[in-house]
Design a protein around this ligand. Structure first.
Ligand code: F6P
Length: 546
């Protein structure tokens, strides 16, 4: 990959220094004063695209802030870097890989090349096989070992091979087959497998073993347990009709005992956390069917086009990404909340945690030096309005500023009395309350006793983005996910880091492999860890023997 010449390190650039100076200038301003100075601020601080409306007026920015951030984005060659991604260049240098999840939702006549080969035909060949398989399962043509149709689907996977499928299943439950059970086993804790299978008949159950590498310890251990559970009930030959695999590793799939004809492939240019619209989405497809799955892919594609073709200043993911950099790096907010006002999106924050934090939790810039600025913030969240009765107190009156994204839909999926109006009134109220707070004068006017006034003041000036879409549909879900994918990309480009590797998770995996035999070995192996780890291992060994 040719990384466009970055010139000076980021923090020594003039635009960077200007942004730092600008931060000092802007600190005394509040959202209240910014709105007072420009009552029509909301009219120009919003953007629309791919069916999403993005109001970013309640950020601690001026027009000048945005201009500087856009200048920095151009200096970082963001438009070229976007083009590099779409052109299949190896923009993940530490793994020497292209990053082409956008090809997963291509239309048949698109062209996306990796090493000179157009990958679109392969993508559609896998999709076509998935559609055929889904038709067989959903129609009952595919029979299990005893001749019964499949009623239960269990996805076994972890990280990107779990979070996307489980989030999408929950998000699209309204569109799913209600006469089938969809469950997800990820944790190595045997409770996960036990609870997922305890009331199921193996004869009606299909396991999808989802693992890009097909070596992940948790997934392979859970898959072995599943195989045993199935074979105990139905005999050794049952794997053929009750196991399929989603992976890039055909040899390992075969070695496990799954017929490669029942394997759905993907490619090393799809990162785990960017894979939910690859074959990793098989459980989603089985749940919602071909038409809805296609519409999910179209939603992704629409946002991809928007991201690729829209000028930076009107580009939703770019604007969002720049605001994340502004809040996190320049204004020092260590976390970002994401609060979907839709119960179906209850797993969306968990999904975004992997997408954002595995991507941008990096301290090394592309040239190998340690960055001297803050990179990816902690992402977290819960659906509204539940969060309001739990942690919002800290956002309103705590000592830390937590910028947040509030996501809502204009039309409910289940119109029921006043529910949806109340839901959306709360979303808008939170955005307003967080921005403008409640002043001493307001409280005096309300006759609040003077001693209580300091406790009831809300300082405001807490930034929020509001994202609105028409309705939660498969299409909308696709656009929303692509919006965050491309925002993450934008942030990574500004920070000059590799958003597509995840070396940090390796160390814990290696140490777990070392500790495992130390917990169970007989005789007790010599322990060479620190005193804390040694003592914990001994305590566990004693409990295990008692
Ligand atoms: O733990 C890191 C990770 O590599 C993730 O990036 C990935 O999504 C997950 O493990 C699962 O990996 P696999 O799909 O290969 O089992």
């Amino acid at each position: 990959m040719t990384i466009p010449d970055q010139g000076l390190p980021l923090s020594r650039r003039e635009t960077w220094k200007t942004l730092l100076a600008h931060r000092t200038a802007i600190t005394p301003l509040t959202l209240a004063s910014l709105f007072a100075d420009d009552p029509f601020r909301a009219d120009h601080m919003n953007a629309s695209g791919a069916g999403l409306f993005f109001d970013y007026s309640k950020n601690r920015i001026t027009k000048g802030t945005l201009e500087l951030l856009l200048a920095l984005a151009r200096e970082c060659h963001l438009p070229d870097r976007i083009e590099q991604m779409f052109s299949g260049e190896k923009i993940n240098p530490t793994e020497n890989r292209a990053v082409l999840h956008v090809a997963l939702r291509s239309s048949r006549d698109d062209v996306f090349r990796v090493d000179g080969t157009n990958v679109v035909p392969e993508v559609h060949a896998v999709l076509d096989r998935m559609f055929v398989f889904a038709r067989k399962i959903r129609s009952g043509d595919w029979r299990g070992q005893t001749g019964l149709p499949i009623r239960n689907v269990i996805n076994i996977g972890i990280g990107g091979s779990d979070l996307g499928p489980v989030m999408a299943y929950e998000a699209l439950r309204h569109y799913s087959r209600r006469d089938m059970n969809f469950r997800f086993v990820s944790n190595i804790d045997p409770t996960d497998f036990h609870e997922a299978t305890r009331d199921l008949d193996p004869a009606e159950t299909l396991f999808i073993v989802s693992s890009k590498t097909f070596t992940t310890l948790e997934t392979m251990t859970n898959a072995q347990t599943a195989r045993k559970w199935l074979q105990n009930a139905l005999g050794a030959g049952a794997v053929e009709k009750h196991f399929v695999a989603v992976s890039t590793n055909t040899d390992a799939v075969r070695a496990f005992g799954i017929n490669p004809e029942n394997m759905f492939g993907f490619w090393d240019w799809v990162g785990g956390r960017y894979s939910m619209d690859s074959a990793i989405g098989l459980s989603t497809l089985l749940a919602v069917g071909e038409e809805h799955f296609q519409s999910l892919l179209e939603g992704f594609r629409e946002m991809d086009h928007h991201f690729r073709l829209t000028p930076l200043e009107k580009n939703l993911p770019v604007l969002h990404g720049l605001l994340c950099v502004w809040e996190g790096t320049f204004l020092g907010s260590a976390t970002r909340g994401v609060f979907p006002y839709d119960q179906y999106l209850k797993r969306f924050p968990a999904y975004l945690q992997q997408l954002t934090m595995e991507s941008n939790g990096k301290h090394t810039s592309l040239d190998g030096t340690r960055v001297d600025y803050e990179t990816g913030p902690v992402f977290w969240g819960e659906p509204g309005t539940n969060g309001q009765h739990s942690f919002y107190q800290l956002i309103h009156q705590g000592t830390r500023i937590i910028p947040s994204d509030l996501i809502g839909f204009l039309h409910p999926l289940h119109p029921t009395g006043p529910h949806h109006d109340i839901l959306i009134a709360n979303l808008f109220a939170q955005s307003e309350a967080l921005a403008f707070g409640r002043t001493e004068a307001d409280l005096q006017k309300q006759g609040v006793p003077p001693a209580l006034i300091p406790h009831r003041i809300c300082e405001g000036n807490r930034p929020t983005n509001v994202l609105l879409a028409e309705q939660l549909t498969p299409h909308t879900l696709g656009t929303l996910i692509a919006f965050y994918e491309h925002s993450v990309f934008t942030q990574g480009i500004l920070w000059n880091i590799d958003s597509f590797d995840q070396w940090g998770v390796e160390l814990g995996k290696i140490l777990a492999q070392k500790i495992l035999p130390e917990l169970t070995g007989d005789p007790e192996p010599p322990l060479e860890h620190d005193s804390s780890t040694n003592a914990l291992i001994k305590r566990y060994r004693e409990a295990r023997l008692s």
